[in-house]
Ligand binder design. Structure first.
Ligand code: GLC
Ligand code: CA
Length: 553
């Protein structure tokens, strides 16, 4: 049984803490603003440590807080070993880690190794040094096609919709799989490899407990003399054969990082953000590599019993194969919040993934979302997830039941996904709106002044203040579930209990059962002591879109 960790000493001792941890993702710019400039900061996080402790999470993962021009919400890093002055200082970072550790909460930092910002000193040096220089060899530069080199080396499209090659003043082109302000590193280059070892040690030495690895399936590329066309690339289906994504060689890098992680006690942990097909995931999660990988399968599923059952079965088998524990996640800073997703028509299990973009597409105002139904389902899904073996990743604001903010005016949007792909992609600002802490106030308590993205009027009623201590509120549901989970979570096993087609029901060790009604009609509640429900019961019936935790004899 997992116990609550209260001191730094306990934090040091437990090397398996990550296996069934509840990890809360903080998007620092939108969490809490202490100095009133409209941007969340480290002082804001420090001020909310009591809130995080009361919530009952085991760790926080911080999205990038590094110096950045914010071409991609901080995922364009100008300096990997510093804090953005708008967010704080390294001293404040140390203070934050100490405060979180004192509260028994571990810290995971976000590492962005596929690309830097074009403001990074190495990219600036690469531009200044010119073609053929060692400085340029840290990135991926090529001459263009045609007599004057004015055509890009290939017709590839970046993840944000623009061409993936951009020309520099001396005529060469560089590769960027994301925004043009995010040049891709050349991972065949030893300077790049050594610099990331240095970065991992830098934060580990400052007490960071682990790392979330951004675009972990990128990094290594197979670029021969003549590059294939986008159409040729798109036709590749054989695993490991794609020149840009999920190359087998990337695991050499993670095996090297594992040695760095194991220099520490307990070893630093890592979780891969790798949008790969399910059976390619275990290599990222292996103990010789990063150790754990995000499983986005439930995030991509509809609110559907059959889809949930299949995904859970497959992923428990997969994680057992790699020796890792599985991860579950419904929301993060890249996707439409699940309270809103479940309010939209089902996608019928379509699982094609292009950096999650089809989720981003639904960030608009049509079709109109059934907000009440969406929240009801989101609460049921979350309570189911928190009953599963493995670790659960939660995204700031989901504990308040926040919906996607779909109607942000174009002039106030920030995400390149919106600007670079006009009319196609609504972008990800709608899930990055600053949190409401109080009912009233210029930014509902986010800070003493405004918020960097507009908050809708309804945010006040969803604020922490409005939900704190209120029975049945989403915040109290999360608190109760996380506390109970700590008590109940034991071996990473699950047994299915026979149930009607629309009902998912499983048993964990020691008589803990989880039952979710995905259907439209109430079903009989199984016998046993009801520990917690995601919504009101109807006598002895479990209503539609509701989960119950039950203790059987
Ligand atoms: C990851 C991040 C996303 C970012 C992209 C490029 O997918 O989660 O926010 O835009 O990588 O770094
Ligand atoms: Ca601030």
């Amino acid at each position: 049984m997992t116990s609550t960790l209260n001191t730094d000493q306990l934090l040091v001792d437990d090397a398996t803490w990550w296996r069934q941890a509840a990890v809360y993702q903080i998007y620092p710019r939108s969490f809490a603003d202490a100095n009133g400039d409209g941007i969340g900061d480290l002082r804001g996080i420090i001020s909310r440590v009591p809130y995080l402790k009361r919530l009952g999470i085991d760790a926080v993962w911080l999205s990038p807080f590094y110096p950045s021009a914010l071409a991609d919400g901080g995922y364009d890093v100008a300096d990997y070993r510093d804090v953005d002055p708008r967010i704080g200082t390294l001293d404040e970072f140390d203070e934050m880690v100490a405060a979180l550790h004192a509260a028994g909460i571990r810290v995971i930092a976000d590492i962005v190794p596929n690309h830097s910002s074009d403001d990074h000193v190495w990219f600036q040096e690469a531009l200044a040094a010119g073609p053929g220089s060692p400085e340029r060899a840290r990135y991926i530069f090529r001459d263009g096609l045609g007599a004057d080199g004015s055509r890009p080396p290939a017709d590839w499209t970046s993840m944000f919709g623009e061409p993936a090659w951009t020309r520099v003043p001396d005529g060469q082109w560089y590769l960027h799989l994301f925004a043009r302000e995010q040049p891709d590193f050349n991972w065949d280059n030893e300077d790049v490899r050594e610099d990331f070892r240095k970065t991992l040690r830098f934060w580990s030495d400052r007490g960071v407990d682990g790392f979330r690895i951004d675009v972990a399936h990128g990094l290594t590329k197979e670029l021969g003399e003549s590059l294939p066309s986008q159409a040729e690339i798109d036709a590749i289906t054989e695993p490991g054969a794609h020149p840009l994504w999920d190359r087998d060689e990337v695991h050499e890098i993670y095996a090297d990082w594992r040695k760095v992680f194991n220099e520490y006690t307990p070893p630093r942990i890592a979780v891969a953000e790798a949008w790969v097909t399910t059976h390619r995931r275990p290599r990222y999660a292996s103990a010789e590599g990063l150790g754990q990988a995000f499983n986005f399968d439930l995030l991509e599923a509809d609110f559907d019993a059959e889809q949930f059952r299949t995904i859970i079965t497959d992923n428990l088998a997969l994680s057992a194969a790699s020796g890792s524990s599985t991860t579950w996640v419904f929301s993060n800073h890249d996707v439409v919040r699940h309270a809103t997703r479940y309010a939209l028509p089902p996608r019928n299990g379509s699982t094609t993934v292009k950096q999650g973009q089809e989720w981003l597409l639904s960030g608009g105002t049509a079709p109109v979302a059934d907000v009440e139904l969406g929240l009801r389902r989101a609460r049921a899904a979350t309570l189911l997830m928190l009953g599963l073996p493995g670790s659960a990743y939660l995204y700031q604001g989901e504990e308040l039941g926040l919906p996607e903010v779909a109607d942000i005016p174009a002039a106030e949007r920030q995400d390149p996904a919106f600007f670079r792909n006009p009319g196609v992609d609504m972008g990800r600002d709608g899930c990055r709106v600053p949190l409401p802490w109080t009912r009233e106030g210029s930014s509902f308590g986010f800070g003493p002044a405004g918020a960097h993205l507009p908050q809708p009027a309804g945010f006040g009623e969803l604020s922490v203040e409005a939900q704190d201590g209120v029975p049945g509120s989403t915040l109290e549901l999360y608190r109760a579930a996380l506390a109970l989970r700590h008590e109940l979570q034991a071996a990473e096993t699950l047994e299915w209990v026979p149930s009607p087609a629309d009902v998912v029901r499983f048993a964990r060790p020691s008589g803990w059962q989880v039952v979710t009604n995905f259907g439209t009609d109430p079903v009989a509640l199984p016998d046993g002591e009801v520990l917690l429900t995601s919504g009101p019961l109807a006598g002895t019936q479990l209503p539609a879109s509701t989960t119950a935790w039950i203790r059987t004899a």
